[in-house]
Design a protein around this ligand. Structure first.
Ligand SMILES: [Zn+2]
Length: 202
């Protein structure tokens, strides 16, 4: 074996969020309550410096039980795939001991915008039966300067065709407020090879 090659990676939640976990509710009854937590975590995340203004949670779609939480950890870990959806889905799978989150339960991924091109795939393959998003559209890229990639125009229909019900526009204005605050800060935007789609800069 070639010397020096890495043999494992670790994607861990940031310390501030680990410290916060005991104070989180066991269940969040409504999509609005669930999204409010997502927005709170997303706003804290970029201010703590570990990654972008993105958070996601996995909840039981029937009971609202909180199954996992995730935030973007790209800057904190140096791993470009460490998006909030990947973290929440993987941590739910780790907790439940299965790669198929839809095999036995009606689980939902709740996230503060339509998933990027990477997380679109990660969500499709996770088995979740529901996706709840705060919004879609160009505002995220315009406000934050992140490149979301070439997500297909019929992304929601593609989810629905695979048995993943999509709920749109839950606390959309609150999502934009987080992105606006981030975009007006001096935070690092970590698109591949620089700061990305400057043509989107407002
Ligand atoms: Zn993503």
């Amino acid at each position: 074996m070639a010397d020096g090659l890495a043999t494992s990676v670790t994607l861990s939640l940031p310390g501030w969020l680990v410290a916060d976990l005991p104070g989180l509710p066991d269940a969040l009854a409504t999509p609005a309550e669930q999204m409010a937590l997502v927005h709170r975590l997303a706003d804290r995340n970029w201010r703590e410096g570990g990654g972008g203004p993105f958070a996601a949670i996995v909840v039981d779609g029937v009971t609202g039980e909180l199954v996992s939480v995730g935030v973007n950890v790209v800057l904190g870990t140096g791993i470009s795939a460490g998006h909030a959806e990947v973290m929440a889905l993987a941590l739910a799978q780790a907790r439940l001991g299965t790669w198929d989150l839809g095999a036995e339960r009606d689980l939902a991924l709740v996230v503060n915008w339509r998933p990027c091109v990477q997380c679109y795939g990660a969500t499709l393959w996770s088995g979740v039966r529901r996706l709840v998003v705060a919004g879609e559209g160009p505002e995220l890229e315009e406000l934050t300067r992140f490149d979301e990639g070439p997500v297909v125009a019929d992304w929601a229909e593609q989810f629905e065709a695979r048995g993943i019900a999509v709920t749109h526009d839950v606390l959309r204005d609150e999502a934009l407020a987080v992105y606006r605050a981030y975009g007006e800060s001096a935070s690092t935007v970590y698109n591949a090879r620089g700061t990305g789609p400057v043509e989107h800069h407002p």
